[in-house]
Ligand binder design. Structure first.
Ligand code: CMP
Length: 139
């Protein structure tokens, strides 16, 4: 089925001017950018977005990193968009990521891993609604 998923191009990638190369990977896989904006997250926004990880040892480091440079938040649409996006991203830790994936090619470490993508339909809906209003989604 056609799905939408939520994607973040993270600070390590925006800093190295990799936004276009990353979007090209998504587009080549058949995903369409139906919403996109470059934003500077506040600490409160980063903490709220990653609230599910608040008890993890890396939570503080993760939030500080996510506000260290601008990010590009996007909604990607396509057939099985959630799984397809995860396939194109590759494993969370670039050391485990498959050849040709975004994280294999661009990520620096498990923290500075260039992209975020939703892991399930419910989280995709929540994450999209966190950053975008309905009129910003143009399919
Ligand atoms: P993401 O998909 O954005 O969701 C949570 C993030 O936490 C994950 O990507 C990683 O970038 C980050 N993360 C996971 N494990 C670690 C870790 N051990 N140290 C720092 N960051 C981590």
């Amino acid at each position: 089925a056609i799905q939408r998923t939520f994607s973040i191009i993270k600070p390590d990638a925006t800093k190295r001017n990799l936004t276009g190369k990353i979007v090209a990977k998504f587009e080549e896989a058949g995903l369409r950018v139906v919403a996109s904006k470059r934003i500077q997250l506040t600490l409160a926004q980063a903490q709220a977005f990653y609230g599910v990880h608040k008890d993890r040892p890396f939570f503080g480091e993760l939030c500080e990193y996510m506000i260290s440079e601008p990010v590009v938040v996007q909604v990607l649409e396509g057939e099985n968009a959630i799984a397809k996006n995860r396939e194109v991203m590759g494993a969370t830790n670039p050391a485990d990521a498959a050849e040709g994936t975004i994280r294999k090619e661009f990520a620096l470490s498990v923290g500075e891993n260039s992209v975020h993508g939703s892991d399930a339909p419910e989280t995709a809906a929540e994450e999209i609604a966190f950053f975008f209003s309905g009129i910003e989604l143009v399919g």
